[in-house]
Ligand binder design. Sequence first.
Ligand code: UDP
Length: 316
Amino acid sequence: MARIVITGGAGFIGSHLVDAFLARGDRVVAVDNLLTGNRQNLAAHEGRSGFEFVQRDVCQGVFLTGPVDAVLHFASPASPRDYLELPIQTLKVGALGTHAALGLARAKGARFLLASTSEVYGDPEVHPQKESYWGNVNPVGPRGVYDEAKRFAEAMTMAYHRVHGIDTRIVRIFNTYGPRMRLQDGRALPEFLSQALTGAPLTVHGDGAQTRSFCYVGDTVAGILAVLERAGADPVNVGAPGEISILELARKVIAATGSPSSVVHVASMVDDPRRREPDLTRARALGWGPTTKLDDGLARTVAWFREALAARAGRS
Ligand code: UDP
């Protein structure tokens, strides 16, 4: 039985990781300042032995008594709309927050895992993206706050590995979806689902020809655990193959929800990557690969969004 610290533990992926560690009998400390996280995501574990919640900004440092076996740094705004609205917090949690989380790992002799992102590749000039690709990021564009913070976080993680001998992992997470995404966090899938389920038009940015590949959160969590347990210090992509255009995604959401909604084209995002799909060679060598088909994951996510929207309507 291990004791695991997860920053951003009340967030979308963070809370699913909390579930996974508790389910296998580990103890978990979830740290979150609730800026974009939601304590409701952890409601099932409140008061349970082996689970602690610490409301704190990781940038202030995290000081815990007792042993810690692993620190997973997931705290950060992660939706483009969030990091455009919270640029300084995004830069701080990627830089100062990563430094503090590494400091905790060093103090405890714990393994450290950084939640990095496909955004380190920027608007990629190679396709699909291998970990050896250095990326094409605009440092002074509005997305740069997230991309550069995560690039700095990777560099800091490698420096702690090289200088202090910390056992580190870097996972570059590609687009992930599933239950517990915020209903309208600005990302394509939650926006489209909320719009389709309320009869509003689906807002496709630009012509919708830009692509992403979407990984179900259960697969992403299994991939993160594989990296934590079996990878080395080099970055590993975790995501799904199966590139799909955003316009196609909007049509899929309309079909999956049986919605009468239509599609409207709105302004493009600045520096929006045109194509994105992970090369999964490294991740597959760890014995992991995504198994959930988009249609199946989408059906589960639709069911969750229906309930969450009904609960929200009941509260208002
Ligand atoms: N997008 C869209 N409509 C929306 C939200 C997003 O067309 O309401 C587009 C966005 O411009 C991008 C893609 O969907 O091309 C994926 O965006 P998302 O914010 O989900 O994630 P990203 O991969 O850009 O971080």
